[in-house]
Design a protein. Structure first.
Length: 338
């Protein structure tokens, strides 16, 4: 199931590529009059541009004769499949658009404004922010002083001074919890992400809303906080499995922590999903590399990254720097739920 809402709809290079049946790089070559493109292919691309009303940014048109724009990516020093996928997708999206990628991992204890400043000093013309840096920088004098456009993925809400590309975390978490309740689970526990992540708070709220809709009380003993890593999920899972009576389901806020729940449950001799249903979030490759395979929420990471990079290209060309795009999520059912 999914829900979507998009403000400020805009035709992107990906829309043109899909209509013309070519790659985004081919569209970029046609727009910038570079590379070898056959006459028939060029005609298809131009027809798609005309039909969709696509307007290339000035930054994109300048790529052929000027140094490529540099997109700086800021991410946290945390090992997670979500970040690994997002960084890989960012490198592809930036390369396909003829841009350059600068990457900075914010060290433990490093202030986000310092990490962002370092990226800009190293030549970043725009910033692509991974959670939780968008909310930490938005509205601050330090962010305004950077004077570069920024786009953030996976926030829980729009932000007033940058582009955001996200999904409805509240509804996604509520849908997962409702699935567990519909399958007969009544002691549904959850492992949240860090409280300072807005998406963590939204997912916890969705979990609470599903319980309330089914007339079940919220029990703080059935909530444990992790930090989106396997190790934190393992500690949280063991704490929850020690609760008496034991939960009959655990909904983890990402696939890494859900995999840790499976590990902890197997180590205790539990038979899954008979004794314990488990759900994840993100639908990374990990979700299908564990047993039982995870029921999870598919977060459209690749599409979010592509849309965010397109927003930055538009902003560099003088277009709107602030927008909000909400993409569909999908509930993927596998074998980890009874």
């Amino acid at each position: 199931m999914g829900r979507s809402r998009q403000k400020h709809p805009r035709v992107t290079v990906l829309d043109v590529a899909a209509r013309a049946g070519v790659s985004a790089m081919t569209v970029s070559n046609v727009v910038n009059c570079v590379g070898k493109v056959g006459a028939e292919t060029r005609a298809r691309v131009l027809a798609a541009i005309e039909a969709l009303g696509y307007v290339p940014s000035q930054a994109a048109r300048n790529l052929a004769g000027a140094a490529p724009a540099r997109i700086g990516v800021l991410y946290a020093d945390v090992e997670s499949m979500f970040l690994s996928v997002a960084l890989a997708d960012a490198s592809v999206a930036v390369a396909e658009r003829g841009l350059q990628l600068l990457v900075r991992r914010a060290g433990v204890g490093e202030a986000p404004e310092q990490a962002a400043q370092a990226l800009v000093r190293s030549g970043a013309d725009a910033l692509l922010l991974m959670p939780p840096f968008a909310e930490m920088l938005s509205g601050t004098e330090a962010f305004r002083a950077l004077a570069v456009p920024a786009a953030a993925i996976a926030t829980a809400q729009p932000l007033p001074d940058m582009a955001t590309v996200r999904m409805d975390n509240f509804s996604a978490a509520r849908s997962l919890t409702e699935l567990l309740l519909a399958r007969g689970c009544r002691r549904v526990a959850t492992i949240t992400g860090p409280a300072h992540h807005s998406d963590s708070r939204a997912r916890l709220d969705g979990y609470k809303a599903a319980l309330a809709a089914h007339g079940l009380p919220f029990d703080p003993a059935l909530v444990a906080e992790g930090n989106f890593t396997f190790a934190s999920g393992l500690a949280a899972a063991n704490a929850l499995l020690d609760v008496v009576p034991r939960p009959d389901a655990i909904a983890a806020a990402n696939d890494d922590m859900a995999a840790a729940v499976l590990w902890a449950a197997h180590s205790r001799g539990l038979v899954l999903p008979r004794d314990l249903s488990v759900t994840g979030f993100d639908d990374t490759l990990l979700a299908t590399r564990v047993w039982p395979a995870l029921t999870t929420i598919r977060q459209p990471i690749r599409q979010m990254i592509a849309a965010a990079v397109d927003h930055l290209t538009t902003a560099l060309g003088g277009g709107a720097a602030v927008s909000d795009t909400v993409l569909d999520f999908t509930l993927v059912e596998r074998d980890s739920v009874v």
